[in-house]
Write a protein that binds this ligand. Structure first.
Ligand code: KIV
Length: 269
């Protein structure tokens, strides 16, 4: 969203609705700490997501299932302080959206109060419609997440493309009816993502869901080429940060070993 008027002020979820209406693509990227939040915000993205993917990217786990609400709050608070303009979303970690509407509202409210973020994201099917509606009713903006739901990876049989048209349409429609401010579509065939995008009034943010979504989201570490492994086919890396870091640290180690670091000018008298 590059309107002159929008350049300096903080964005809100109303800007996401406006973007859908005007056809302006929405950008969302993950961040888990101060530097990534600050840089993503300086790059002008619309939304910064403190995703539960931190369990995989930061902690090196196989799935997102180990992320706890305390971890989400710790990282969410850091990122929320770093970001001035973009909307900060923090993921509701497993299994808090499945423990009843009251528990979900209490958890979402805790995330909002203790991090200073503007909204939460939660993974769910049409079965979570009442949960989304309850959180929205409490005044907390919710982004839904349908298609490949990493928190349900074992139930879904792995990180696979989701093709069940009826189910996906029902899930996205239920999220919109419940008052969600948007819906992430993960690993959905592009034609189906386009159909869902046309069918609902709230913005769709795609990841592995083609060009016809209302916006795109990527994991920052994939985008900047810093991921160690598990890079999905739909990712485009715009930099080789891993290579840059490896080269820098290797050069420094070699300078230490050959007594070339520190130089005279880097030595304190
Ligand atoms: O946790 C996360 O980073 C996500 C994105 C991949 C959409 O949910």
């Amino acid at each position: 969203m590059q309107d002159q008027d929008n350049e300096s002020r903080s964005l809100t979820i109303r800007d996401l609705a406006r973007a859908k209406q005007s056809g302006r693509p929405i950008s969302m990227v993950t961040a888990y700490d101060w530097w990534s939040g600050s840089l993503a915000d300086s790059a002008g993205v619309d939304c910064v997501l403190v995703g539960d993917s931190l369990a995989m990217v930061v902690a090196g786990r196989e799935t997102t299932l180990s992320a706890t609400i305390e971890q989400m709050i710790y990282h969410g608070e850091i990122v929320s302080r770093a970001v001035q303009r973009a909307i900060v979303f923090v993921d509701l970690p497993f299994p808090l959206q499945h423990l009843g509407v009251g528990k979900a509202i209490e958890s979402a409210a805790r995330i909002l109060q203790e991090t200073g973020c503007q909204a939460i994201k939660l993974e769910g099917t049409s079965g979570q419609q009442d949960v989304i509606a309850g959180i929205v009713e409490a005044g907390i903006p919710v982004m839904a997440h349908v298609g490949l739901r990493p928190q349900a990876v074992h139930q879904l049989g792995g990180y696979r493309i989701q093709r069940d048209r009826e189910q996906l349409l029902a899930d996205a429609t239920a999220a919109a009816a419940a008052g969600a401010c948007g819906v992430v579509l993960e690993c959905v065939p592009s034609k189906l993502a386009a159909e869902i995008t046309a069918a609902i009034e709230i913005p769709t943010i795609g990841i592995g869901a083609g060009l016809d979504c209302d916006g795109q989201v990527l994991v920052l570490h994939d985008l900047i080429g810093l991921s160690i492994d598990r890079i999905p086919r739909f990712v485009r890396s715009y930099a080789d940060t891993k290579g840059t870091i490896l080269d820098a640290v290797t050069s420094w180690r070699q300078d230490v070993e050959s007594k070339k670091f520190p130089a005279e000018s880097e030595t304190l008298a």
